[in-house]
Design a protein around this ligand. Structure first.
Ligand code: ARG
Length: 457
């Protein structure tokens, strides 16, 4: 095969326009699939020999040639060329250069369409396993931070207005649970993508007596695709991964946002590690939370990647279309962004320092014990609705006189209801309010302790 001639060039009368070559090439993006491409080709060659479609000698040459190519790529000695479009043809071209005629037999009973579908599944399967480890490690880091600051009380918010006191550890466990669902989504995705598409040919299957079950065993696929047309045109597994990632980034960006708020002077709840913050080129006093800001910011591109691929897939006629080549940038960039962001977030959680006094002090203002006073009255026989409106009047009184509820004297309190006794003061502390929320899922210390124990932290 002469240089400059396409592997598919037979039927063409003239050479491809240079601009078209540049426009259609994907090698700059898909070269990262080289290991998976080679693993798939080795399994395919072994199967071809086993089925006597090619000779054992040729298969051996192919396998050795591919292994040498892999070493070459890993040592930076591989001459990637955009004239060969993509990673599949770059490797095949090099194989033929290295081992001659035997190399030309590798593509028997195979198409780039089932080849690229295989490579993508192998790639994402590996990356998902890494991501699952990173997810679990962030979850555990959150649980460890919860343990470190187990009894720290902070204001819980609704509408970003102070609402009720909660344990900081309970708040962190909200993220532990979000990430647990992310983990489930990712592992569901992993399970569904674990299907061998190779053997589907371009779209219709192959006339050769291939053994797909053998290839599946070699590549550790528990299942084989059942419809060749679907196998080469399906990218559901990528869409699923991108949508699971979009939801993961909703969670990461909410946590990032809270870290940014909490580390501000206005909240002053936490201190982020210096080594994870940056300064300002103009204002010498600044310490900026750039890392959580970038996690929040990168969420935009992860959402965008999902939208991009949904749009690529929508309305594509069966089976393969070149549009599908556009699946790679969204996929690869989402994988890279998720891995980097999970790692960064884990470090932020590991190193943040909680200012427990500031958090507790913040629970003292804002009438965060108003619901507790209502509950107290309910325990003394009032209906919740009348207790609610009675406490509303207490709050109004306090606002008018610049007092907190617990600063009112017993005489003042009794004016609102004779049922209020002096035990109310102990009842209204933030600590007592937290401790009473014992029902499953509530913020009581005992509940958080149980969660930590369940996780073995
Ligand atoms: N680079 C292509 C892709 O990523 C590989 C498949 C090409 N198949 C084809 N019929 N042109 O989709």
């Amino acid at each position: 095969m002469a240089r400059g001639r396409k592997l598919w060039g037979g039927r063409f009368a003239s050479q491809t326009e240079n601009s078209v070559e540049a426009f259609t090439a994907s090698i700059d993006v898909d070269s990262r699939l080289y290991r998976h491409d080679i693993a798939g080709s080795i399994a395919h060659a072994k199967m071809l020999a086993r089925q006597r479609i090619i000779s054992a000698r040729d298969a051996k040459r192919i396998v050795r040639g591919l292994q040498a190519i892999q070493r070459g790529i890993e040592q930076g000695r591989f001459p990637f060329s955009s004239a060969d479009e993509d990673i599949h043809m770059n490797i095949e071209r090099r194989l033929v250069q290295k081992i001659g005629a035997a190399g030309e037999k590798l593509h028997t009973a195979r198409s780039r369409n089932d080849q690229v579908a295989l490579d993508l599944r192998l790639y994402l399967r590996e990356e998902l396993r890494t991501l699952l480890v990173l997810l679990e490690s962030l979850r555990r880091e959150l649980a460890r931070a919860a343990k470190r600051y187990l009894d720290v009380i902070m204001p819980g918010y609704t509408h970003l207005q102070r609402a009720q006191p909660v344990l900081f550890s309970h708040h962190l466990f909200a993220y532990v649970d979000m990430l647990d669902r992310d983990r489930e989504r990712m592992s569901g995705c992993l399970e569904r993508l674990n299907v061998l598409p190779l053997g589907s040919g371009a779209l219709a299957g192959t006339t050769f007596p291939i053994d797909r079950a053998y290839v599946a065993r070699l590549l550790d696929f528990p299942r084989i695709s059942k419809n060749s047309i679907d196998a080469v045109s399906d990218r559901d597994f990528v869409l699923e991964f991108l949508s699971a990632s979009a939801i993961l980034f909703v969670h990461l960006s909410r946590l990032a946002e809270e870290m940014i708020l909490w580390s501000s002077e206005e909240f002053g709840f936490i201190e982020l590690p210096d080594r994870y913050c940056t300064g300002s080129s103009m204002m010498p006093q600044k310490k900026n939370p750039d890392v959580p800001e970038l996690i929040r910011g990168k969420t935009g591109r992860v959402f965008g990647h999902l939208q991009a691929l949904l749009t690529v897939m929508k309305g594509l006629p069966l089976a393969y279309n070149r549009d599908l080549q556009e699946d790679k940038i969204p996929l690869f960039d989402t994988v890279d962004t998720a891995k980097a962001s999970l790692g960064m977030m884990r470090e932020l959680v590991r190193q943040l320092r909680v200012k427990r006094e500031r958090m507790l002090a913040a629970t003292q203002d804002g009438f965060m014990n108003a619901t507790d006073l209502a509950d107290y009255l309910v325990r003394h026989g009032l209906s919740f609705r009348s207790a609610h409106s009675l406490v509303g009047r207490v709050v109004r009184f306090c606002l008018d006189h610049h007092r907190r509820i617990e600063e009112l004297s017993l005489t003042e309190l009794k004016r609102f209801s004779p049922k209020i006794g002096k035990d109310v003061y102990a009842y209204l502390t933030a600590e007592a309010a937290v401790q009473r929320r014992l029902a499953v899922g509530g913020t009581a210390l005992a509940n958080v302790r149980r969660r930590l124990k369940e996780m073995g932290v």
